[in-house]
Design a protein around this ligand. Structure first.
Ligand code: ADP
Length: 700
């Protein structure tokens, strides 16, 4: 039957009010979109008026068929019924039949219809007979309610009324649907508003404890719950640890560590999903031990993961809502806050790490045994540590008003123009002196490099106090010059004395006298050589050139060197051999100096050789140069030491057994002497495989 014919039929029944008018009124009521109860009450009253009925009801049910709301009119009065009573009505009675069959029903005479006879409270049967129509409120075949109208007389209500109530029920269903959608969107809007409100405050602090407290506060207000707790996944990702909690049990919960997978929070951490647990005590996932220990009763739980950058870092849990249960909107809220919490916690944790790192850096800086200054690229001092203050004698404030370049003598050669050598990121070092308080001069070794502090390019200057080392060097220099000056004149007397003795004594007749005199003369020669080398060294260091070079036969130089060394070589049972190429040209040298070079090298070779080893002294021509060398089979020199040994006072530490006495002056002299002739000196050696010292001098 079409809508049109239905209405025609209704119009036919003379004594009734115009059904078209009724539908018109009803659609107006719907358009006014008042709250659901008011709409349903008006719909019910209009319908009762129209059919002349006395009682009527509309019961609204949820998706599970459970009654959630109702409007009941009994003789003009609106009756309130509890959901329990409604449930009873729905389970039995005519409305129940309509709800379960999803069909409209007409009962002309209630005393004659079984469906009415099994009506509520067993009273129905004692009622006076009457007529009833009832129809389901359907939205796309889903039941959202049941509408019932009764008339005090049997056989008053008929098929036309049945059809009318079906049409009205259709309209009322739309009103219920609208109300549901509206309620849903209201709840969603509420959830969004709660999340937005939380967003505004949760991210406002960088202090981790404050952030956690704010999260709890927001969750408590947004969800209106008794208690909230927050757990974070631990470093090993095996447990979650409760880091914040509110409510009466917060003390028992703080610090509690539970395995991922254990309890509702552990379940959320494991599955990465939010969850509502409506009846915690009956849920297998519920971790009951806290309740058991404290006597607290957890009823319902809503929990959501806390995520940061897509990673689950914790769980947010809300317990015991004031309203008794959580709904989907609550889940949306706790999920939303969980997401906000992740970012806020991550930020606070990062901030905490940065702060810790900064504190550590500051401590390291302060506690460093080296004095350290930090400056900008113009040299203005911005940071100082305790040691720098101690060394310079200036306090922090004074230092911060100074410039590093006036505090010490910068070595611009090493630093480069405008510190350009530092800009490449290298560490440069040089020796300098620091102008301390009261004009004191402190020897320092400077290590400078560029550093980045909080995105700013700065320069770090480490000033190592080398006063002691400098003093030691000076002492050695003084000692060397003292030995030289105080030895020269007495030595000259010894030499001339020995010469006189040699002439006066009958040496040929007494070999003992001869050998004693020989020892005395050789030893004196050694001391003389040492004194001369010291003199030459200090002269050449002062920039003076060598004495007048003359042509000298290489073989003579070698012979004289062997003559000087032979006794000590023999004493040590070391063999001396020569490998001088025949027919070499003469060398253009200060013979005295080069002879001493050769003797020095050979003396060292003997010193570092063992019994039975051989030392070779050789010479060959190389273009315009004569190359001479001394080769031994001794302990050798490690690669990293091979350049250093030519420096003054440089000695190789050879361990207790192989340690030989010396000052570390011999090779420094050789280098100065050879380079003074325009030649060069070098060593080829490997540890335990002997050494070969070579040098060149010009051909005459
Ligand atoms: P000194 O011999 O007085 O220590 P030198 O300047 O002559 O000083 O030598 C410096 C260092 O070089 C020595 O201490 C020694 O460790 C090493 N050295 C020199 N010659 C040899 C060599 N032939 N074999 C091994 N080590 C050597």
């Amino acid at each position: 039957m079409t809508e049109k014919t239905k209405i025609d039929t209704l119009q036919d029944s003379g004594d009734r009010r115009d059904p078209l008018e009724l539908l018109y009124h009803i659609s107006r009521e719907l358009a006014l979109a008042l709250d659901l109860r008011t709409v349903l009450e008006r719909v019910l009253r209009l319908s009762l008026e129209n059919v002349g009925g006395n009682n009527g009801s509309i019961i609204v049910v949820d998706g599970n068929g459970k009654p959630v709301d109702s409007v009941i009119v009994l003789k003009d009065k609106v009756i309130e019924e509890t959901t329990q009573q409604l449930q009873f009505t729905l389970d039995q009675g005519l409305a129940g039949w309509v709800a379960s069959n999803l069909q409209a029903a007409l009962v002309r005479d209630t005393s004659q219809d079984k469906r009415w006879q099994m009506a509520p409270n067993g009273q129905a049967t004692q009622d006076k007979p009457k007529s009833v129509v009832s129809a389901p409120l359907l939205v796309r075949d889903e039941l959202v309610g049941v509408m019932t109208l009764t008339h005090p007389e049997p056989n008053h209500l008929d098929e036309t009324h049945l059809e009318l109530i079906q049409t009205v029920a259709g309209q009322a269903a739309i009103a219920v649907l609208n109300a549901r959608l509206y309620g849903e969107s209201q709840r969603q809007a509420g959830a969004m508003a709660a999340i937005a409100a939380s967003a505004a405050v949760i991210g406002a602090s960088l202090d981790i404890q404050k952030v956690l407290d704010t999260i709890l506060e927001q969750t408590t207000t947004a969800l209106n719950v008794e208690a909230v707790s927050l757990a974070l996944v631990d470093d090993r990702k095996k447990n979650i640890v409760f880091r914040a909690a509110t409510g009466s049990q917060s003390k028992n919960i703080l610090g509690l560590s539970i395995a991922i997978g254990q309890g509702v929070a552990g379940w959320v951490a494991e599955n990465g999903e939010s969850v509502i647990v409506p009846e915690a005590q009956k849920d297998k996932r519920f971790y009951a031990s806290v309740d058991q220990n404290t006597g607290y009763l957890t009823t319902a739980i809503a929990a959501a993961p806390i995520r940061s950058n897509g990673m689950l870092i914790g769980v947010l849990e809300a317990i015991n809502p004031q309203g008794g249960s959580f709904d989907e909107a609550d889940l949306t809220v706790i999920e939303g806050i969980g997401n906000l919490a992740g970012t806020a916690i991550e930020h606070a944790q990062l901030f905490e790490q940065v702060e810790v790192a900064q504190r550590r850096y500051r401590e390291l800086f302060e506690d460093s045994v080296d004095p350290i200054l930090i400056t900008d690229w113009e040299g203005h001092i911005s940071e100082t540590n305790r040691q720098a203050e101690l060394l310079s004698g200036f306090d922090e404030d004074t230092l911060k008003q100074m410039n590093i370049h006036t505090l010490h003598k910068p070595d611009w050669k090493v630093l480069g123009n405008e510190l350009e050598n530092l800009k490449s990121g290298e560490t440069v070092s040089y020796e300098s002196s620091l102008m301390g308080r009261g004009g004191s001069e402190i020897f320092v070794e400077i290590y400078a490099r560029s550093i980045e502090v909080e995105g700013q390019e700065l320069v770090q200057w480490i000033l190592r106090d080398i006063t002691e080392r400098k003093n030691l060097d000076n002492l050695r220099e003084d000692l060397a010059s003292m030995i030289y000056h105080d030895l020269r004149s007495p030595l000259a007397n010894v030499v001339s004395g020995l010469d006189v003795l040699e002439m006066m004594l009958p040496l040929d007749e007494d070999p003992t006298i001869r050998s004693v005199l020989d020892i005395a003369m050789r030893s004196t020669e050694r001391v003389q050589r040492l004194a001369s080398s010291l003199l030459d060294t200090s002269r050449m260091e002062a920039g003076q050139s060598i004495g007048k070079p003359e042509p000298v036969a290489v073989t003579d130089l070698v012979k004289e060197a062997i003559h000087a060394i032979l006794p000590s070589a023999q004493a040590k049972e070391v063999k001396l051999e020569t490998a001088v190429v025949k027919g070499l040209p003469k060398a253009l040298v200060d013979a005295e100096m080069i002879k001493r070079v050769l003797i020095n090298l050979t003396e060292n070779a003997v010193k570092y050789s063992k019994e039975g080893m051989t030392i070779t002294i050789g010479a060959k021509r190389d273009d315009n140069w004569l190359e001479m060398w001394v080769q031994d089979q001794g302990r050798g020199i490690p690669k990293e030491e091979q350049e250093r040994i030519f420096e003054k006072f440089a000695r190789v530490q050879a361990g207790a057994s192989g340690n030989t006495k010396g000052l570390g002056l011999g090779l420094a002299y050789c280098k100065l002497a050879v380079e003074g002739h325009g030649g060069r000196i070098w060593v080829k050696s490997e540890k335990d495989k002997g050494s070969r010292f070579s040098f060149t001098v010009p051909v005459a």
